[in-house]
Write a protein that binds this ligand. Structure first.
Ligand SMILES: Cc1cc2nc3c(=O)[nH]c(=O)nc-3n(C[C@H](O)[C@H](O)[C@H](O)COP(=O)(O)OP(=O)(O)OC[C@H]3O[C@@H](n4cnc5c(N)ncnc54)[C@H](O)[C@@H]3O)c2cc1C
Length: 392
């Protein structure tokens, strides 16, 4: 006979682990199923940026609710998440200054510590930066980055202490549905029953959802990252999204800077294809751009590169919500920005399941049904999609 659980979570990335943690906080004992190991998907390769600057209010609200965890991790979850406050700069091209100002106003209304600063202020915060092309930027003094694996481990350990069961090397290969209601899953290690199943399978979420007869519009996004040995004269610097140069970068220790690009990520590769190599030309493009913003990086050297893969939706925003199969939920499609949102996403999913509605942040706009209606989420002061090519 299949073992019975209160809920089954498919995928032990940071989203699945956060959902497990929050369900156990409400007294449930979920089963977390992972086809490989903890963090073996996008989470283990994530750059870990923690910032609140989004052009869609609901994402800023989720990021802000999540930030309350990152900065008080040991009290809220236990153990540690590796959060490091570096300050965060968001640079947009000059054509987006009106949107930048309006978005910072929106962030302030939420309560996020942030301000619009001048190029001269940027120079004071980051003396090694070239700032002649920056008239204004957004600054979040409290933001920075955290360690995605520490975060995920910490969520899962706390969930296990409260009664969650974790099984790795256990892939979900089928669904059990009766009378329109989910009743459990079939796995490589046998069948498990539960009245609630949450698909948090990242880049594999589309494949998994097909098992439940619920197709979702989801693609894959394959993203290259490199670390550069920082020359000593550059010194410490803030975490930066530099959309004027289509890149983001942040300090890493010891003496390293992580750099990645907003353009030329590979969309639509198979979920299981090789992740061994960055794209041809990526390192040259990344070095060229970081040297434009931080000229003394010319004296730096290549340290290492890696590749990660996340799920991507048509509007590059998450899919979270109930489906037409009662008890079957989706929490996926995080489109390269889900790490920093994961604490609040887990909390909101637990509220949705147990209270019928999320109260921390109204996440109803993330319903998978929006695509059936032809709706794409877009901020009032939209910057355009994050992952783009320079021509678009
Ligand atoms: C290179 C890179 C850099 C990033 N940088 C940032 C950043 O700076 N800031 C930020 O906020 N976000 C960032 N992101 C995005 C963020 O890391 C992801 O959105 C987040 O980690 C997604 O977590 P997840 O749990 O949804 O998915 P994943 O971490 O991919 O977890 C899904 C899990 O499901 C498992 N699984 C799949 N199929 C099955 C099955 N059939 N049965 C059981 N288990 C299954 C997988 O093995 C995997 O472990 C980045 C992503 C990448 C790839």
């Amino acid at each position: 006979m299949a073992q019975n659980f209160d809920a089954i979570i498919i995928g032990a990335g940071v989203v699945g682990a956060s959902i497990a943690f929050h369900l156990t906080e409400r007294g449930l004992k979920p089963l977390v199923l992972e086809r490989k190991q903890l963090g073996s998907g996008a989470t283990g390769m994530s750059s870990g940026l923690v910032r609140m600057h989004y052009d869609l209010e609901v994402e800023s609200r989720l990021a802000w609710a999540s930030f309350q965890y990152f900065r008080n991790w040991s009290e809220r979850v236990g153990d540690e998440c590796g959060f490091r406050r570096t300050g965060f700069l968001h640079i947009e091209p000059a054509s987006h200054i009106k949107q930048l100002r309006n978005n910072v106003e929106m962030h302030k209304r939420i309560g996020i510590p942030t301000e619009v600063i001048t190029g001269a202020d940027v120079k004071r915060i980051a003396p090694s930066f070239y700032t002649e092309d920056i008239e204004f930027a957004a600054y979040e003094p409290e933001s920075g980055y955290a360690d995605p694996m520490l975060t995920t481990n910490s969520f899962l350990s706390a969930a296990k202490e409260r009664g969650a069961i974790y099984m790795q090397d256990c892939g979900v290969i089928g669904a059990q549905i009766s009378g329109g209601k989910v009743t459990g899953v079939k796995t490589s290690k046998g069948d498990f029953s539960a009245p609630i199943v949450i698909n948090a399978a990242g880049a594999w979420a589309g494949k998994v959802s097909n098992l439940f007869g619920v197709p979702i519009l989801i693609d894959t996004w394959t993203h290259d990252v490199m670390h550069i040995r920082r020359p000593p004269q550059v010194g410490e610097h803030p975490t930066v999204i530099d959309s004027a140069l289509y890149m983001y970068f942040r300090p890493d220790s010891p003496g390293l800077t992580l750099v990645a690009l907003e353009d030329n990520s590979r969309i639509g590769e198979s979920e299981d294809s090789e992740l061994g190599y960055v794209a041809k030309g990526f390192a040259d493009r990344a070095i060229d751009r970081i040297c434009k913003r931080v000229p003394e990086m010319e004296e730096g050297s290549h340290h290492s590169s890696h590749v990660g893969r996340d799920s991507l939706t048509p509007d590059q925003r998450a899919i979270i919500g109930q489906t037409d199969v009662q008890g079957y939920y989706l929490a996926t499609g995080f489109s390269g920005t889900g790490f920093k949102l994961s604490p609040a996403v887990g909390l909101c999913v637990s509220e949705l399941i147990l209270d019928g509605k999320a109260s921390t942040v109204d996440i109803s706009v993330f319903t998978p049904k929006r695509f059936e209606r032809g709706e794409h989420l877009k901020g009032d002061d939209d910057y355009g999609v994050l992952w783009r090519n320079p021509a678009s």
